[in-house]
Design a protein around this ligand. Structure first.
Ligand code: GSH
Length: 229
């Protein structure tokens, strides 16, 4: 059986879980939290050379990096496809998946998650409010503004759910779990897109399954009700 090593509240682990659920691939999630010292298993670097989550094992096969894993799962179970058939939409889906990892995650979610969670709660480092303000005032408007400009129809690339939608929405879930707002008035198309993606059966099931972890970390979930409305 496919094993997904990671934690569901991680942006990139959720992305892989949603893809596995959308494709009906039976899987188990093995908890690994790299930001907690001593948490990963002794053989972690064999499974994940980067040290990051997610990594998968599928029988005797191991693979790291959510983009590589999702592409592997697409070949392993082609239907339903999460990569557009049209060449231009396909290119756009891959570009937006990359944008989600580089710009939304690295530029916005990762620094905020570290400031509000990892630093004060794991590393005993005080939160730096100036860093949070800088991300919210400078990086967020550029990144969310770009996404807003990319949404013309229901989905980001092509006419159905693709890896681009899953990658973007997964970032926005964690962004809101940790207490930040996806402002509907400021980014109406992005907020509507977020609601649409969260309502797809695979994404909704993934969110339901991670509820226990979210509650145990005392994170907020109220925005999910609004997103579904
Ligand atoms: N490009 C990687 C990025 C993975 C990544 O940054 N994972 C984060 C959690 S979402 C992580 O493992 N952080 C812990 C660390 O950097 O030690 C992917 O798409 O899988």
């Amino acid at each position: 059986m496919l094993k997904i090593h990671g934690v569901p509240i991680s942006v990139h682990t959720r992305k892989v879980i949603v893809v596995a659920l959308a494709k009906g691939i039976e899987h188990g999630v093995i908890p690994v939290v790299p930001v907690i010292p001593g948490n990963p298993p002794a053989n972690w670097r064999e499974l994940s050379p980067t040290g990051k989550i997610p990594a998968i094992t599928d029988g005797d096969y191991t693979l790291v990096d959510s983009a590589a894993i999702c592409a592997y799962l697409e070949r392993r179970r082609p239907s339903p496809s999460l990569y557009p058939a049209d060449p231009r939409d396909y290119g756009q889906a891959l570009a937006l998946e990359q944008y989600a990892g580089d710009n939304i995650f690295r530029g916005v979610v990762h620094p905020l998650f570290h400031e509000v969670f990892v630093h004060p709660k794991v590393r005993q480092i005080p939160t730096n409010p100036a860093r949070i303000d800088e991300v919210l005032a400078t990086t967020l408007p550029e990144v969310f503004g770009y996404l807003e400009s990319r949404i013309a129809g229901d989905f980001l690339a092509g006419k159905s759910l693709s890896i681009a939608d899953i990658a973007v929405a997964s970032n926005l879930v964690t962004f809101q779990y940790i207490g930040f707002e996806l402002e509907r008035k400021r980014f109406p198309r992005l907020a509507a897109h977020f609601g649409r993606v969260c309502s797809t059966p695979a994404f909704a099931l993934a969110l339901e399954r991670e509820r226990g972890v979210v509650d145990s970390m005392q994170l907020r979930r109220d925005f999910l009700r609004e997103a579904a409305a």
